[in-house]
Design a protein around this ligand. Structure first.
Ligand code: GRF
Length: 192
């Protein structure tokens, strides 16, 4: 595969870890904060970039955050690294629309619920609190609208009696890890 893939992370990076184990060719791992995901990438010898949110106002001017400037910086790093495809894997910043001027239809996201149900960053606890018996994960093309965009794949996960957010989320991730890797590979091979 000759596509250059960037993975965007903010946290534990277990999805990224699975992609690396699967042999997905990852050209760059970019994070918005210091996190385990960055360490995993470094250990695997993958190029990393930290575009810290704090540089863009967070905690500086009354907690205002310059989303546009932050996103422009990310786009600059992606372009500089000749990235074709961007995969968000637990990336916790909503990017400004400017990224879609360059990567429209080429930003993927994985969400820990069966979209369009339970959008947002509390998807697992929202599903659990709602009392659903089945939830799961969704791989989709990211758009300007949060957790919308064409769905590429979904897999269900059954909620079990006594589930906590942690136990349910871990079972979702067990399904999500191989699914996201496979979808990224197929998607990368399908684009020009
Ligand atoms: C995944 O469940 C993903 O759907 C969500 O964040 C989680 C990332 O997990 N957006 P990890 O940091 O890769 O372990």
């Amino acid at each position: 595969m000759n596509k250059r893939i960037a993975v965007l992370v903010s946290g534990t990076g277990s999805l990224l870890e699975a992609m690396i184990k699967d042999g997905l060719p990852i050209a760059l791992v970019l994070a918005d904060r210091d996190c385990r995901g960055l360490e995993i990438a470094k250990q695997a010898g993958i190029k990393t970039s930290l575009v810290s949110r704090q540089t863009y106002g967070f905690g500086i001017t009354n907690y205002s955050f310059y989303r546009e400037e932050f996103t422009e910086k990310i786009v600059e790093v992606l372009l500089k690294n000749d990235i074709h495809l961007v995969a968000m894997a637990g990336f916790m910043t909503i990017l400004a629309p400017v990224i879609f001027n360059y990567y429209d239809g080429r930003v993927l996201n994985s969400h820990p619920a069966l979209l369009p149900a339970f959008k947002g960053d509390k998807a697992v606890s929202d599903a659990l609190n709602f009392g659903v018996k089945v939830t799961g994960c969704t791989i989709h093309i990211a758009t300007e609208k949060l957790d919308e965009g064409r769905i590429l794949a979904q897999e269900p996960v059954f909620v079990q009696a006594g589930d906590t957010v942690e136990s349910l989320w871990e079972r979702i991730k067990q399904v999500e890890r191989p699914l996201y890797s496979r979808v990224i590979r197929e998607f990368a091979e399908s684009i020009s």
